[in-house]
Design a protein around this ligand. Structure first.
Ligand code: FA5
Length: 340
């Protein structure tokens, strides 16, 4: 047999199946090599030896070629085909929570005015949440901050432990930290209350501004709130200050914004707006710091005056984007969250 024939045939094979067929053709029971060996009986005795050796040599050569080809085809199979024209895989991306973005935006607005961002304990002594804010033990104003108390031994001076119901607890801590004014604090932290409806969540954030110095007056407070509102909501949004009462500020105000769910009409499709009562939604409270609060913080109210405010970032975000349910922000539903 001409060696060129089988060499060519084996070398040009491009699949394992075709190679198996060639293996059977040459080395199988009824294959070419066995046929040649069967013919040995017709070969003259003095040539038998030489003939046998030649056929065995041929068999070894074919076997070797087939082995080499097998390896080559196996190698080709494991090589991954890379198609550079295919579009890339899109991996799911995480993102920050909308309230985190909101808090960062709020912090940066106040930082522009020179306020220093701080954060104080979320689990706080009763003293900082109430007594230091002119709400002595048993004062009915404490009931407004429907608080969660912690089952923990009482501190002899600071009382019980509480999940802080408002960031105003940071006021006394900041006065103690800085000792003397000027103070320009922006305290952003989690707060907890027994509340549950479209504009109240049991866990929510507040951002608390505190400004204390000589000659600080109410116009600085109004200007700061106005600056924040214009920066956060845009220049055309309306806000208003409404007289109110807080034990820790005098005079006190609440700040409202015109509702962008019902556009101030109080009705949506003939039904009552679920977010606001009168076309306005309350964003937070504010006022001039009560002299007793300054005294509790070691600051002389005859020398220094100050103002404070405490607003809810969730309500701010709701009124910026037109969200009508605060609990959506904390429901953990990815379909809601991935819109931001
Ligand atoms: C206070 O908490 C005062 N500490 C604010 C303050 C600070 C007044 C400094 C004067 C000086 P109030 O309870 O009204 O006030 O809450 C203020 C804001 O926090 C609310 O207007 C609202 O935006 C937000 N807030 C209060 N409770 C909740 C709640 N359960 N869920 C979501 N936001 C809330």
């Amino acid at each position: 047999m001409d060696s060129k024939t089988y060499e060519k045939e084996i070398n040009l094979t491009d699949s394992s199946d075709k190679l198996s067929q060639l293996e059977v053709k040459y080395l199988g029971r009824n294959g070419v090599i066995n046929d040649l060996l069967k013919k040995i009986k017709d070969i003259p005795s003095d040539e038998k030896k030489d003939y046998g050796q030649k056929v065995n040599k041929l068999k070894t050569s074919i076997k070797r070629l087939i082995e080499v080809k097998k390896k080559e085809l196996a190698g080709k199979k494991s090589e991954k085909f890379f198609d550079a024209t295919l579009p890339g895989k899109i991996y799911p991306k995480g993102s920050l929570h909308p309230i985190t973005y909101t808090i960062e935006e709020i912090a940066s607005i106040f930082q522009k005015l020179g306020f220093i961002r701080v954060s104080y304990p979320e689990v706080e002594w009763e003293y900082f949440s109430f007594e230091a804010l002119n709400m002595p033990k048993g004062h009915p104003a404490r009931d407004d901050f429907e608080s969660f108390f912690i089952d923990y031994p009482e501190h002899e001076k600071f009382g019980r432990m509480v999940l802080t119901p408002h960031t105003s607890s940071g006021q006394n801590r900041e006065m103690r930290r800085l000792k003397t004014p000027p103070i320009r604090m922006i305290n952003i932290a989690k707060c907890y209350r027994r509340n549950w409806d479209a504009t109240h969540a049991p866990m929510f954030y507040q951002f608390e501004g505190l400004c204390v110095d000589r000659g600080i007056n109410i116009t600085h407070l109004k200007g700061t709130i106005d600056f924040f509102a214009k920066q956060f909501f845009g220049p055309d949004r309306e806000i208003r200050l409404r007289p109110h009462h807080f034990q820790f500020t005098e005079p006190s105000f609440e700040t409202d914004i015109n509702c962008n769910i019902c556009k101030g009409t109080t009705k949506i499709n003939g039904k009552k707006c679920r977010v606001c009562k009168s076309g306005w939604l309350e964003l937070g409270g504010s006022g001039m710091v009560h002299p007793e609060v300054l005294r509790a913080g070691g600051i002389d109210p005859n020398i220094y005056t100050g103002w404070a405010f405490g607003f809810g970032p969730e309500r701010c975000l709701m009124m910026k984007l037109g969200l009508d349910e605060i609990r959506d922000l904390y429901g953990g539903d990815i379909r809601f969250l991935e819109q931001f």
